[in-house]
Design a protein around this ligand. Structure first.
Ligand code: F0G
Length: 445
């Protein structure tokens, strides 16, 4: 069936951004709805303006920092205060913003001790308006869709992209469509998308199936796709790297660990760090390491089996549903980031993720399961000597603890005990008797 939705005008007509293929380098004037090069099928990137960040690096650092004191909405956003570093940003018109970014960087001394490290910090991108790192990219992509006059915005998602897209589309007054795998998306994320007024389709397939289906729908109905293949998403997401550098006084940390699903975030962070290095705002870049769930580890396998030259899609399975992805769109970009920064790529079992997540929770920080993969990964890399004890390590926490409360309750009730070997803490109701409360307190040594 062909839907009666008008096609958005070709991007180039309205927006001054231009696009280059990351594979064959051809310039694409009007990208197709799947954001892939019409010639070779590789992902498109925004072309860099010739006069990009002219002048002295210290002037830019000062300018971006000083904007934190401004009351302008686009300065209060931790993404748009770096607007000169966002390629194609001028094509986005007035930003659709929820004051995203400026996420906290927490010390994590107990997690550090658990992982065998001395200097571990958590950049908590879950402390964004819709509770995940997706907001950093979504403000840019939805601003672009809005400036274009797109009629419908859409994504396939494991949950967070959809919550974020729905929030920003609601702000912009845009209709949006969400495709998520039925029964494999946390109810909190679904609730957000519904609350923000999205058309939510729980589809009987996995994330990779949703991506395929969306391509078909987008082709027929002319919707604006905000999956991470959208190059504007990467431009926004990369500002998390700039924030990290700023907080470290533009002296890069030694390691940054990021969970890997569709592999766009690793690519975006890599882009941010490498661009700041190229433009001499920073003297070195951190090693960016990617941590996948063992049941959803296509990049780990690709590197092991073909040195990262080919990637075999797989049937993904993990309790960290946000990264339950078997055919990641941005895998080639991620391989380049690993090569250029010297990072590692590894996988961790679900029980290791559950254990690490409980550690992050006891730090008073909390995060969703997919995010906790990075602490499990840091522990492994420290035990292998890849990360040295005294090195400065940043783990990227991608989602808020409230994104997946079922996982927490199942872990602490002992249902996931066989996964993590953890004693049940219990949340079953008890009688209203003081002695029972005191006994429970005692058990929680
Ligand atoms: N952590 C969280 C909390 C996520 O939601 C995702 C991806 C990732 C890590 C992995 O990031 O895909 O850039 O490698 N979630 C997507 C979604 C796929 O639809 O919400 P990635």
């Amino acid at each position: 069936m062909r839907l009666n939705i008008s096609m958005p005008r070709p991007l180039q007509e309205l927006a001054r951004a231009s696009f280059r293929c990351s594979g064959c380098a051809s310039i694409c004037a009007a990208p197709p709805s799947d954001w892939r090069c019409p010639r070779c099928g590789e992902l498109l990137e925004l072309t860099r303006p010739a006069n990009w960040l002219p002048g002295s690096p210290s002037d830019w650092k000062e300018k971006w920092w000083n904007r934190r004191l401004s009351h302008l909405l686009q300065d209060q956003s931790g993404v748009w205060r770096f607007r000169e570093a966002i390629w194609g940003g001028e094509a986005c018109g007035a930003p659709v913003t929820l004051c995203e970014g400026n996420a906290p960087l927490y010390n994590a001394p107990r997690c550090a001790a658990w992982a065998g490290l001395e200097n571990l910090q958590a950049k908590h991108l879950g402390m964004n308006p819709t509770g995940s790192f997706k907001d950093g990219g979504m403000t840019v992509a939805v601003s672009h869709a809005h400036a274009l006059g797109a009629k419908i915005v859409a994504c396939a998602s494991t949950g967070n992209t959809s919550a974020s897209m729905a929030g920003y589309c609601a702000r912009a007054g845009l209709k949006c469509l969400v495709l998520v795998p039925a029964g494999k998306t946390s109810s909190s994320k679904l609730a957000q998308a519904l609350d923000f007024g999205a058309v939510v389709c729980e589809v009987r397939t996995d994330f990779d199936g949703c991506v395929r289906l969306l391509a078909e729908v987008a082709n027929q109905a002319g919707v604006y796709v905000v999956n991470s293949v959208n190059p504007f998403r990467l431009e926004g997401q990369k500002t998390a790297a700039l924030e990290i550098l700023e907080t470290f006084g533009w002296d890069a940390p030694d390691h940054v660990l990021v969970p890997g699903g569709n592999l766009a975030n690793a690519s975006a962070l890599g882009k941010g760090f490498l661009e700041m290095h190229e433009r001499s705002l920073v003297a070195s870049v951190p090693k960016i390491s990617i941590v996948q769930a063992a049941g959803a580890n296509p990049l780990v396998r690709s590197l092991r089996e073909s040195g990262g030259r080919e990637l075999q899609p797989l049937q993904a399975e993990t309790l960290a549903t946000a990264i339950r992805i078997g055919n990641p769109a941005s895998w080639k970009r991620a391989v380049r980031v690993l090569e250029r920064t010297g990072g590692a790529c590894l996988d961790v079992e679900d029980w290791e993720i559950a254990e690490a997540k409980a550690q992050i929770g006891r730090e008073g920080i909390g995060c969703e399961p997919a995010s906790a993969a990075v602490l499990a990964g840091a522990r492994k890399l420290a035990s292998q000597g890849f990360i040295k004890a005294g090195e400065r390590v940043v783990m990227i926490l991608t989602g808020h603890a409230l994104k997946d409360p079922d996982f927490v309750l199942r872990y602490h009730s002992g249902e996931l005990r066989n996964l993590a070997g953890a004693p049940p803490r219990g949340s079953d109701p008890i009688e209203a008797v003081a002695s029972q409360i005191l006994r429970k307190l005692e058990q929680h040594a």
